[in-house]
Write a protein that binds this ligand. Structure first.
Ligand code: ADP
Ligand code: MG
Length: 341
């Protein structure tokens, strides 16, 4: 694999092949209680999630805080052991652990550029670290890293010797992106990559991610609670509620014609553009999500669903009695008994 950062890879933008395939994925965290600390239950953080990621696409995963987005991302990159189900990367299962090739090919960009960079290391060393760990022998590692810094919109000559505290939030996140790219990955998982940044620099970092995708043929899985991020960067969106996916489809379809009542609620909670925009359009729905250690029977959203209020008693009972499965409908996948009407 080439390690010249300026050299585009030969990967096609999208060849319709799935790079990541997730089936019935479960990740539960045990809950212990009592003086003996016995396991008394489990937080069902990810509870039966299935989707495919196509080579070269950007899938955004959205949902309220606590719905399991970060747990899913961590599980997909092999940071968590899997409770159930399967994850296949280019056809090979990683449910029982990841190998060295996977650790190079799949990289993560973290949310907080203030806590994820080692303050005692220079920018040059931070970005070179994955190369050191993977024992990459470039002819000139420093030149490679400087080039990579230029690629992410920093000044390689100037900032190679800088320390993180000398950089702004946006510059720090660019360092995190450079580090994620150092091993020339094919899949990048980004957990809230711009939510710690000022609005004024968000768009620039998202634009950079888009440019890098084009240049290096990257596939993105982007976790966000910010619908404006979805609109700018995603091809498809997966809506997550209490550990499950409730609607998955192309961004235009979901934004113009949301079918799941939860997707509708999420979109209607996006603040209108005003002269004084919110620094962060955090999703806020009435009421709080139920406890993922004890989720509602049937459709997990039924306790907060505005559609259910309009159903007759028999119909409304179905939402409690029967779990809706994701099915293909209206150009997307949807898990609701009563949509489309
Ligand atoms: P999100 O990223 O969507 O905000 P998380 O994946 O962080 O959601 O959390 C999903 C659920 O799992 C939450 O109820 C959270 O409290 C719980 N959780 C997350 N990490 C752990 C952990 N390490 N141990 C126990 N529970 C956890
Ligand atoms: Mg999270």
């Amino acid at each position: 694999m080439s390690h010249d950062a300026a050299e585009p890879t030969t990967q096609p933008e999208s060849d319709g092949e799935s790079i990541l395939s997730v089936r019935d994925l479960e990740k539960y965290y045990p809950v212990h209680s009592g003086i003996l600390g016995r396991q008394t239950g489990a937080v069902r953080a990810v509870d039966g999630v299935s989707f495919d990621l196509q080579q070269g696409e950007t899938l955004a995963v959205v949902g309220e805080s606590g719905c399991g987005k970060s747990t899913m991302a961590e599980t997909l990159i092999g940071l968590n052991d899997v409770t159930g189900g399967d994850i296949r990367f280019r056809g090979d299962s990683i449910a029982d652990g990841v190998d060295k090739a996977f650790r190079r090919e799949v990289q993560m960009i973290f949310q907080d550029p203030f806590s994820t960079l080692n303050e005692r290391m220079t920018v040059g060393r931070i970005v070179a670290e994955p190369l050191v760990i993977h024992n990459e022998q470039e002819e000139d590692r420093a030149a490679y890293v400087r080039n990579l810094l230029d690629t992410v919109g920093l000044d390689g000559d100037e900032q190679y010797e800088a320390f993180p505290h000398e950089l702004s939030g946006g510059q720090r996140q660019r360092v995190g992106i450079a580090r994620a790219l150092a091993l020339n990955p094919s899949l990048v998982v980004a957990d809230e990559p711009v939510s710690a940044l000022d609005v004024s620099i968000k768009a620039g970092v998202l634009g950079l991610l888009e440019d890098l995708q084009e240049e290096f043929g990257l596939t993105y899985l982007i976790i966000t609670h910010d619908m404006s991020v979805v609109r700018q960067i995603a091809d498809r969106v997966a809506v997550m509620y209490l550990g499950e996916l409730v609607e998955v489809g192309p961004v235009e379809e979901l934004f113009s014609d949301p079918q799941h009542p939860y997707t509708e609620a999420l979109l209607s909670s996006v603040p209108r553009v005003t002269a004084d925009p919110e620094p962060d359009d955090r999703i806020e729905l009435p009421g709080s999500p139920p406890d993922p250690a004890n989720p509602p029977e049937g459709c997990r959203f039924h306790t907060r669903c505005h559609l259910r209020e309009r159903l007759n008693d028999d119909e409304a009972a179905r939402c409690v009695d029967e779990t809706p499965e994701l099915r293909e409908v209206a150009g997307r996948e949807l898990a609701c008994h009563f949509r489309p009407e």
